[in-house]
Design a protein around this ligand. Structure first.
Ligand code: FAD
Length: 509
């Protein structure tokens, strides 16, 4: 389905238009006899309480945390076991119906949007920590297990699961695997792929496979690293059901500093200077003035309302040497004209500081009815430049843009504030977000640091990758999902079908 000008067709879903990629999957019609038969079979296989079909119940699943685009799935299933996931997936395969894997729905890029309906498979009932192997420092968890629950289960033994997205009290490990999530402590500890040893996945035809290290296996799995290929695939290769994660020993000591600066520029320069000095903090997070004020109004930490920016720097590791590193960071902050530097005196103070940072998005409700969270990356040394560009973009589009982000990674999160009741504001918010991402690419960065492409950034893939790169990624996808039924209409502009790749292979042979 193409417009006369050759552009992909658009389906009006909410106030904003979504680009529907050109797949030939049938759109699921809730009222058709075939759908009724599928729903009956799903009820027989999973039980009545695990199959949601009433429109008012389906509303919960119309979008994720990217609220610009909305559409209802036809059915949501809530399986309790891998066998139930496999049974549901097999039934959908028999009916050639799209499946959309879902965790907690905290995606900020529309990753779980049911673009043309279909059956959403929400794994939230599969939420247990199944076993912990303290000797080998591993935990086997179900895909719907909430990220923070893993650390909660092992912290008494001095262990933790390192990737800590700010959404960690809600997001699931399955969603983390699908988006290769990071978080404030990514700077030192890496992202999900560095902490997941292996996982079980139900392929789109219903076959259950285990990729990577098995729960009773050695550290390195034999063969190609299919585990690595699937992590970050945004739910397009199958439904992850169980995950074997690595646990690390909690640092012996922390030093958590709060630097208060007159400007974002000065705070950004401090980030570059700390890394250039050879120190790798556990985390370096920045909040600009607007967000600091909102967070202060919400959580009363004691942030000064007139600060241009605040920078949280957390150093961790062995106690020996930490004081020396702290002194060096203080010196660098002062060199960049920090107005004040505070060091958390107690564990409670440190916890409160992190609570403020991790709940910053929640405080935005005080500033605006809606906000669009952008997620881009620039080389750290370009932080001052991108921050100036964001300020200019805010003026150009007449919308407030505030910033809270993983500064140490150069992973920016400009929050574009708008009111969805005003279509012109919606249009300007989207345009402002796109201008910022274009600038990230121009500065040698990327259009996503951790939130994924979803539906939101489909058009940016072609700006960041050339046609051959995109074809290679699509070809990999078709190995797992030849019909492209699993989470369709995501990531790839104008997705092709498996058969599109066959002639090329033959020609090469
Ligand atoms: C306030 C807030 C703060 C955030 N902070 C961060 C942050 O610091 N770092 C970060 O990386 N992200 C962050 N995010 C984004 C989001 O939380 C992450 O992308 C998270 O990993 C999504 O997990 P989820 O369980 O909510 O997955 P969902 O939103 O349900 O799904 C996300 C994607 O994963 C797929 N998926 C989900 N479960 C499965 C499964 N079992 N099998 C296969 N595919 C699956 C879905 O199809 C979709 O493509 C934040 C979001 C919010 C709202």
């Amino acid at each position: 389905m193409m417009n006369p000008d050759g552009a992909p067709a658009c389906v009006q879903i909410s106030q904003f238009k979504i680009r529907r990629s050109v797949l030939n999957l049938p759109e699921m019609q809730s009222s058709s006899p075939s759908s009724a038969a599928l729903i009956d079979s799903l009820r027989s296989a999973l039980g009545d309480d695990a199959v949601v079909t009433k429109p008012e119940d389906l509303l919960v699943y119309e979008c994720d945390a990217y609220t610009l685009e909305k559409n209802l799935p036809n059915v949501v299933v809530l399986p309790r076991t891998t066998e139930e996931v496999a049974a549901a997936v097999k039934l959908c395969a028999a009916h050639r119906v799209p499946i959309i894997p879902r965790g907690a729905g905290t995606s900020l890029s529309g990753g779980v949007l049911a673009v043309t309906g279909g059956v959403m498979i929400a794994v939230t009932r599969m939420n247990r920590v199944l076993s912990v192997d303290y000797r080998n420092r591993r935990a086997l968890v179900e895909a719907g297990c909430v990220n923070a629950w893993i650390t909660n289960a092992v912290k008494a033994k001095g262990l933790l699961y390192a990737p800590d997205p700010s959404s960690q009290p809600a997001c699931t490990i399955g969603g983390n695997v699908a988006t290769n999530s990071g978080g404030p402590h990514t700077l030192k500890y890496g992202v999900t792929t560095n902490h997941v040893l292996g996982f079980e996945m139900v392929l789109p035809d219903g076959e259950v496979v285990w990729l990577g290290t098995k729960p009773d296996g050695g550290e390195d799995a034999e063969g190609c690293d299919l585990r690595g290929a699937v992590i970050g695939c945004e739910g397009m290769f199958g439904v992850v059901t169980r995950v074997l994660v690595k646990l690390i020993r909690a640092p012996q000591a922390y030093k958590t500093l709060l630097g208060i600066f007159e400007s974002v520029d000065a705070a950004s320069q401090t980030v570059s200077d700390i890394i250039a000095s050879g120190i790798i903090p556990g985390a370096m997070e920045m909040m600009d003035q607007a967000i600091t004020q909102a967070v202060e109004a919400a959580y009363r930490f004691g942030f000064p309302n007139d600060a241009g920016a605040v920078l949280i720097v957390e150093l961790d590791g062995l106690s020996a040497g930490l004081e020396r590193q702290t002194a060096r960071v203080v010196e660098i902050c002062k060199k960049n004209a920090a107005r004040e530097i505070r060091i958390a005196k107690t564990d409670e103070e440190r916890a409160l500081l992190w609570k403020c940072r991790k709940r910053a998005f929640g405080a935005i409700g005080r500033l605006s009815p809606n906000f669009l969270t952008q997620d881009g990356v620039v080389p750290r040394s370009k932080l001052p430049e991108i921050m100036r560009f964001i300020q200019a973009t805010s003026q150009r589009f007449g919308l407030r843009i505030t910033n809270v982000f993983h500064a140490g990674d150069g992973n920016i999160h400009p929050l574009v504030l708008y009111d969805e009741r005003d279509p012109d504001q919606v249009r300007r918010a989207v345009a402002a977000g796109e201008a910022i991402l274009d600038k990230c690419v121009e500065l040698g960065g990327s259009v996503t640091g951790e939130h994924g492409i979803g539906v939101e950034k489909i058009d940016f893939m072609a700006k960041q990758f050339n046609a051959d790169d995109l074809d290679a990624m699509r070809a990999l996808r078709t190995v797992f999902d030849p019909e492209m039924r699993c989470n369709p209409h995501k990531m790839f502009p104008g997705s092709k079908r498996c058969s599109d790749f066959a002639p090329r292979k033959q020609a090469a042979a």
